[in-house]
Design a protein around this ligand. Sequence first.
Ligand SMILES: Nc1nc2c(ncn2[C@@H]2O[C@H](COP(=O)(O)OP(=O)(O)O)[C@@H](O)[C@H]2O)c(=O)[nH]1
Ligand SMILES: [Mg+2]
Length: 404
Amino acid sequence: MGLALLRRRRPTRASSVESVKDLGSADITRLYREEYAHALNALGRFNLAIFGKTGAGKSTLVNAIFGEDVAAVGTGRPVTTGLDYYVHPNGVLGIYDSRGFETGEAGDRILAALEDIVDTARKADAAEQIHAAWYTLRWSDRRFEDHQAGFVRRLQELGLPVLFVLTQVPANAQGQIHDEAIDFARYIAGLGLPLAADGRVFLTNAKADQFLGTVVFGLQELLDATFDTIPEVAVAALSAAQQLDWGRKRQAAKKIITASASSALATGATPIPFSDAAILVPLQIGMIARLTAAYGSRLASAQLASLVGSLMLSSGATTAGRWMVSSLLRVVPGGQPAAMVISGTVAASMTTAMGWAWVAVLEKYLVNGDLSDVDSIRAVFVEEFKARFKLTGGKDRRALPPGE
Ligand SMILES: Nc1nc2c(ncn2[C@@H]2O[C@H](COP(=O)(O)OP(=O)(O)O)[C@@H](O)[C@H]2O)c(=O)[nH]1
Ligand SMILES: [Mg+2]
């Protein structure tokens, strides 16, 4: 992919960085959309089933860990009475929401439907395969009945790893958790239920309450245990879907950027006139698409594509490119544009800087679906690029990820 673009003729005017424009806005947006679809497809989907009574705090928990209520923003479909399946707009997250009817006949129907899903998923590599289940119980219920325990056992018999989550547990600003909640968790852990995460019961609060002075806690532990529980194939999708642990996303970003920089290094190993900076653009669009997928954004592919097109064409990459060229002119003795080359090292460094600049844009705007201020997005992109791409005495400085 992108070969047609790579093979395009070289511009005759050696000093024109405007050659990025040869690609055209339609090429860039089309390329972005292809690469983004490919990247999302490669991530696959993480599917979570979530159980517990109405009011237990299932939606609040999902919201706190995945950034938004998938039931509110995604496309949903009823699987059976009392069980719905929601898919996040970007497709990397699916949630089976029981809406809390897990007793009697309704519970049996849910279990039968789950059994079907699990069976089908075993036979085919189904996108709807369930990777983990969270069983939620509001601690202040202070009761866990036999039929609830029976439901948990049957989930485990279906082959679903069940993480037990006590919700709406009060903890004060000093991190002290309510004694009785700890006792209740011990009681449940002592029931001998077949739970994942070594039978651990997770104490959580997903929403701060200023009036009561309670704080959010326990979510990272639940998320970490979920990562440890699920099969390897679902890890990248969970990393993209969750919006709690930025460290994991940055690790994923680092891998993508490093790989792209290596490709850029290879591209640039044959000296090319710097005016051909555009040759790197297809490669960088692929990187940007994969980074966007790895961060997870509810923005539609078309919206993202037009932003990328606008950054690459107008004053984003082009401004950065022009700035880079003027830096090169300053450091190359004699400054003869026609004789200059973009070395592989410079190409790699430019790509790395662009990758982390895009990460900054993702973290600040796109993950939240904020596309309201394209000028500010562009300014952040260019500023971050410049901060990371510094040429000193002809040598590039290593581009660093944010915070390092
Ligand atoms: N303080 C606090 N309130 C919560 C928490 N979880 C849920 N709630 C509140 O409890 C109510 C029910 O929560 P919801 O997530 O809709 O429950 P669901 O029916 O299980 O999806 C809402 O008013 C939430 O704001 C929590 O962890 N802390
Ligand atoms: Mg709900």
